[in-house]
Design a protein. Structure first.
Length: 173
């Protein structure tokens, strides 16, 4: 009887902790070179408790500041990355700076490449989702574009960030 009671406690504990576990979704964009660059890297998205954590590591950049954006089309087939279309902007807002006034859903901002051409950036968002039904929030099947220059946060519609030097499509991991 004691063994049965112990097994019941273990079973109930497992069921409790399993039901408390929050669902976590992940997506990834593998960045490949565009516009005759050597850019490569990964951008990962992890959704948990209604928020997305984006983490990017990009290699092969020239030292300095580079824009990174989500673009409307999940298509990196062209040599110049223009097949990805413009910035992802389902709400038709003006281009701007992340979480400062008006900005596109795809306006991530700038990242800084060190002397070795490596840049990292992390962002947390509650206005994106992975695979949800809300097309104003769903990042899947859009492209991440890394630009040759910095985003000025004011030129419309793209921030005057220059050539597209890296591109990757956001897919489920």
């Amino acid at each position: 009887m004691k063994i049965l009671k112990t097994l019941c406690i273990v079973f109930v504990s497992i069921m409790f902790f399993t039901s408390c576990k929050t669902e976590q979704k992940q997506a990834i964009a593998t960045i490949t070179a565009k516009s005759n660059s050597n850019v490569n890297g990964t951008v990962t998205f992890t959704e948990k408790d209604g928020k997305i954590m984006m983490s990017a590591k990009i290699n092969g950049l020239t030292p300095g500041t580079h824009a990174i954006h989500i673009h409307e089309n999940g298509d990196c087939s062209s040599d110049d990355g223009k097949s990805a279309g413009g910035h992802w902007n389902p709400t038709k807002d003006n281009h701007g700076k992340w979480k400062h006034g008006e900005f596109h859903s795809g306006d991530i901002g700038n990242l800084e490449a060190d002397e070795n051409g490596v840049a990292t950036i992390e962002k947390e968002s509650d206005f994106w989702c992975i695979g949800c039904e809300d097309e104003n929030k769903n990042i899947l099947n859009h492209a991440i574009i890394v630009h040759a220059s910095a985003d000025d946060f004011k030129s419309q519609p793209s921030g005057a960030a220059g050539a597209r030097v890296g591109c990757g499509v956001i897919t489920l991991k």
